[in-house]
Design a protein around this ligand. Structure first.
Ligand code: FPP
Length: 236
């Protein structure tokens, strides 16, 4: 378990990458990798809750992922349904669940399940688990700009009130603080349109471990690495 007194990031973002390769290495279909990836999501959520991380965000499905073969997209949607049904027990642990992204692309059943979990856990003050689904960082900024334009048109704000803080509060992440640490397994070293506004000052941790294999000991390594970095936020 992560060393006591270690400086924990307040908000960790996870890019759940490498499911397809994990399955391929075993001669299995890609969807099998996603199933194992979903188990890793549960494992890491529970561990973060145990060690006291306040906010975690998972990149579960990007705005670009719809271009994958229909069979794969359907299998991921099926997994979302299964896991979001199970997620009831997370809300019983005082966890707040939020979904980042445009829900309107999902079918009614999934959309209702997402809204129901958000409504049910809105006032929970334990860990916040954000699932980025049909999410893109650029789309997030467009969403915030539209919200701000709306406020302006309704005369709820004036032009000189438009600042970084206002944009931040109007993103899908709303009151969730900026990401402190972004973890990307599977050997790729890019952000892939994940939390681009929110990770301006984030630390990045890359590992070759594939997401389905990612567990508490891998997270501990990332946290130790994070704790050893000097964050200056542009100062000296
Ligand atoms: C990226 O790996 C992974 C995805 C696009 C899907 C992530 C979805 C899950 C882990 C499933 C369920 C999640 C929840 C929250 C229930 P990849 O397919 O791009 O892997 P590759 O780079 O090896 O091909």
């Amino acid at each position: 378990m992560a060393e006591k007194n270690i400086i924990l990031p307040v908000h960790i973002g996870f890019i759940m990458d490498g499911n397809g390769r994990w399955a391929k290495k075993r001669g299995m279909p890609r969807t099998f990798g996603h199933r194992e990836g979903a188990k890793a999501f549960r494992r890491i959520t529970e561990y973060c809750n145990d060690i006291g991380v306040k906010y975690i965000t998972f990149y579960a499905f990007s705005t670009e992922n719809w271009s994958r073969p229909k069979e794969e997209v359907d299998a991921i949607m099926k997994l979302f349904k299964e896991y979001l049904l199970e997620a009831n027990d997370l809300t019983e642990k005082n966890i707040r669940l939020v979904f980042l992204g445009d829900k309107s692309r999902f079918d009614t059943e999934l959309r209702n399940r997402m809204t129901d979990l958000e409504d049910k856990s809105r006032d929970h003050d334990g860990m916040t688990v954000a699932l980025a689904m049909n999410y893109g960082g650029r789309d997030d900024i467009v969403y915030a700009v539209k919200n701000v334009v709306h406020l302006l048109k309704e005369n709820k704000i004036s032009e000189d009130e438009i600042n970084e803080d206002l944009i931040t509060r109007n993103l899908y992440t709303g009151d969730i603080p900026d990401a402190d640490l972004i973890i990307r397994p599977s050997g790729e070293k890019r952000l892939s349109n994940f939390l681009i506004w929110q990770s301006s000052y984030a630390e990045f941790y890359f590992t070759d471990v594939l997401w389905p294999d990612f567990g508490p000991s891998d997270l501990d390594r990332a946290l130790e690495d994070y704790a050893s970095r000097g964050r200056r936020f542009g100062g000296v």
